[in-house]
Design a protein around this ligand. Structure first.
Ligand code: CP3
Length: 379
């Protein structure tokens, strides 16, 4: 399906931004940069706005979600906004009993760790999301209304990145009924009842894929799939029990494209760029690329030049400063940023990011300084 003429990619607003060019494998005037969890508790303006509003209520309030998305774009002059939401929002929107507890994460009314639980969950039609996702569409539309006129140095509008949780990461929370260290309930179900596991993954893929598609249709210029907890899996389990569902989720975005006209007047179509990220996934990087994505997000454990050797040349990478370094003395941090940039030159293109999310206690002025350094020193 071709995106509407008003979409920032179709309208020629973001297609040549540093970010979208990097996801296509092209280097621009400098390296683009954004931070996972750039919106959130590290910003005093976020903490002020959130007083008295629960996390999921904030996600479903279009004016608030949009404002929170824009705060770090205005403050840090990053090359992209990441939509303020959460991986459990689509579950909430179809009526699953879930809340986000501060300092803990998503907590469900129950765990879905056996065939009976899975049957109850999968009785919900994922297409219900299309009737309840109006707050997401409105929040994205409000956000791009400002981003379309925000040039943070690219010489273009600033793109919005949409995101969703990958089926395994969502299933890890669902099976357990909440956060866990080792995701044991999900890993047990995968082997104890492969049929129930497959049903859970297919349902989750359908739901989370629709959530991602909603954001792109509403105006996001790229999509990131977060499989944060995939690093808990062996390569064999990932390939057999997880990767097919992640590919299914992404199919909801892969059929979206936009038309471009080159200088000679020749028209062609391009796909919406897709990035795939996980934590502790050093062993899985090749497989995570293999499900069909444009770029791979790398956590801080694997240097980017080593990631190139594992994934193969020709794949744009995103990452991977250790978030712990943000609290180190500036000369130490500066050297680490330069090291990430240097190793990133091994890939055809590089989007600077952290190896995981911004810690809540981070001094935001340090993030702004990192953006300036990346733009000044980037290739
Ligand atoms: O700026 C951004 O990156 C966009 C916002 C974003 C949030 N959640 C907002 C949020 C994104 C991309 C997510 C995705 C998400 N949510 C992931 C994948 C990314 C990752 O970090 O690996 C995961 C695993 C979750 C589940 C989740 N939601 C966790 C673990 C937590 C943290 C709990 C805590 O309080 O420490 C949340 C809550 C959450 N999601 C917050 C934010 C800003 C904190 C809640 C608050 O500010 O009150």
């Amino acid at each position: 399906m071709i995106l509407s003429a008003q979409h920032p990619l179709s309208a020629g607003l973001t297609g040549d931004s540093r970010l979208v060019r990097a996801y296509r494998g092209e280097r621009a005037d400098t390296t683009p940069v954004w931070f996972m969890r750039q919106a959130g508790r590290s910003l005093p303006e976020y903490r002020d706005l959130r007083v008295g509003t629960r996390m999921l209520d904030a996600c479903l309030d279009p004016a608030m979600a949009s404002e929170i998305t824009l705060q770090p774009v205005r403050r840090h002059k990053v090359d992209a906004g990441i939509f303020f939401s959460d991986i459990v929002v689509p579950l909430k929107l179809v009526g699953v009993d879930v809340e986000i507890q501060p300092g803990r994460g998503p907590v469900f009314g129950r765990g879905y760790a056996d065939a009976a639980g899975v049957a109850e969950l999968t009785a919900i039609d994922p297409a219900r999301l299309d009737e309840t996702s109006a707050p997401i569409t409105e929040a994205v539309q409000r956000t791009i209304a400002e981003l379309n006129t925000t040039d943070n140095g690219s010489g273009t509008a600033t793109p919005l990145i949409g995101f969703a949780g990958a089926p395994f990461t969502l299933a890890a929370y669902l099976a357990e009924g909440g956060p866990s260290k080792d995701h044991l309930a999900a890993r047990t179900l995968m082997h104890a009842d492969p049929g129930a596991w497959r049903a859970l993954m297919e349902w989750t893929a359908e739901l989370t894929g629709r959530f991602l598609r909603t954001q792109v249709l509403a105006g996001a210029s790229a999509a990131q799939l977060f499989d944060s907890w995939a690093g808990a899996l062996s390569l064999a389990d990932y390939e057999t029990h997880v990767a097919p569902a992640s590919a299914k989720a992404l199919a909801h975005v892969h059929d979206l494209s936009y038309e471009v006209t080159d200088a000679a007047g020749t028209r062609s179509t391009r796909d919406v760029p897709v990035v795939h990220f996980g934590v502790g996934t050093g062993e899985l990087l090749g497989a995570m690329h293999g499900i069909g994505v444009d770029a791979v997000g790398v956590d801080y454990r694997v240097p980017l030049d080593v990631a190139v050797a594992r994934i193969g040349e020709g794949v744009p990478l995103q990452g991977n400063l250790d978030p712990a370094l943000l609290a180190a003395p500036w000369p130490v941090l500066e050297a680490a940023v330069r090291d990430v940039l240097r190793r990133g030159t091994a890939a055809p293109a590089h989007v600077f990011n952290l190896g995981h999310g911004v810690p809540p206690e981070t001094d935001p002025t340090v993030l702004t300084r990192v953006v300036e350094l990346v733009h000044e020193a980037g290739a």
